[in-house]
Design a protein around this ligand. Sequence first.
Ligand code: AMP
Length: 114
Amino acid sequence: MSRTLFEKIIAREIPAEIVYEDSQLLAFKDIKPQAPVHILIVPKKPIPRIAEAGQWDYQVLGQLLLRAAEVAHEAGLGESGYRLVINNGPDGGESVPHLHCHILGGRKLAWPPG
Ligand code: AMP
């Protein structure tokens, strides 16, 4: 199976502005930001999408959310707030089939989303 764009970023084959890394996760700035702060946090394990995560992935999924909150705080969003978004499948707006959580903030975000 061909490797995903995010696997290539994790392997440093494609450049990205990395803001956080540990043994399980990588966070980097979105190339096409939709808000003043727009960071993606991804598991290094290439789970295609949340619908394909299994029970055995519970530990990395927990870390994904916990670290997303920390990365948001580090990005200066602790007081103002932020949104975490996971797009799943065509109607969800998923374009990269490697699970990732968007961290969006730095402006008032509309609800419901478009
Ligand atoms: P999604 O539409 O939820 O699958 O999100 C994929 C995100 O990846 C989009 O917000 C893109 O702007 C972002 N993206 C695509 N290519 C890159 C890249 N090379 N570096 C950083 N972000 C990227």
